[in-house]
Design a protein around this ligand. Structure first.
Ligand code: 8X3
Length: 252
């Protein structure tokens, strides 16, 4: 969007699911700290709005819009190729994912379950595999996986999402072990209730149902989570921030 002032000093972050919510807030927070950002998601028109916001609020940062579907390997490989042309990346924020449905186990829709496993587990796997060579080109690379408290405890109606997020937690644990010897740090962020489009997506556009989730309770904002990610991203290379769980106080 804008010209880089000193390319040798630039750090590049890739944020998946950057078109809204936690992903958008994270990209904006990183750009404010001087990171260049690759905004990756399925909706390019939304990404362009985020890029415009960054150009306005953080004119020193450069943002790149890349349309990607994390469940599609070809699309993910195209993202990696774009990042390759940018000289590699210092940070990958695996934020894409989400929930579909809030059905009891006996009523669970197998297609919803399949989508959640694909988006949260396979998506994180594919993006990380494909981007890994681009991360190891840089001096102190990090991966930050935005998982969920739903990856730590089950709740009624949550089984499909819980199973996917528990899977993503297991993936993240093993990534941390296997990547440590390759010099890549891995951090897991576990947000609790955050007022975003998460519930609107879960309830497939049912606004009333989505709104009820956030009524009469305390809610985190996407910015609350982004501020934490921004802090992790800025830790020195000898510091491995393993896991951070963040909940609104009435969900603690
Ligand atoms: C979503 C967390 O608490 O809204 O990842 O189920 S919660």
């Amino acid at each position: 969007m804008t010209n880089k002032t000193d390319s040798s000093a630039r750090r590049l972050a890739i944020v998946t699911g950057a078109s809204a919510g936690i992903g958008e807030a994270t990209a904006v927070a990183l750009a404010a700290d001087g990171w260049d950002v690759v905004l990756a998601a399925r909706r390019p028109e939304k990404l362009r709005e985020v890029a415009d916001r960054i150009a306005r609020d953080a004119p020193e940062a450069t943002s790149h819009v890349v349309e990607v579907d994390v469940t599609d390997r070809q699309s993910v490989d195209a993202l990696a190729s774009a990042v390759h042309d940018l000289g590699g990346a210092d940070l990958l924020v695996n934020n894409a994912g989400g929930a579909r449905g809030l059905d009891a186990v006996l009523d669970g829709d197998v297609e919803d379950w399949r989508w959640m496993y694909e988006a949260n587990v396979i998506g994180t796997l594919q993006v990380t595999q494909s981007l890994f060579p681009e991360l190891t080109r840089t001096a102190a690379p990090q991966v930050i996986n935005v998982v969920s408290i739903a990856g730590r405890w089950g709740y009624r109606g949550g089984a499909g999402y819980n199973a996917a997020k528990f899977g993503e937690t297991a993936l993240t644990d093993v990534m941390r072990m296997e990547f440590a010897e390759k010099g890549v740090r891995v951090c897991q962020i576990d947000p609790g209730r955050v007022a975003t489009d998460f519930s609107l997506n879960r309830f497939k556009g049912d606004e009333e149902r989505a709104q009820q989730v956030y009524e009469d309770v305390l809610n985190l904002t996407a910015k609350d989570i982004a501020e934490t990610i921004r802090w992790v991203a800025d830790r020195p290379a000898h510091m491995d921030v393993d896991t951070i769980m963040i909940r609104p106080t009435d969900q603690a």
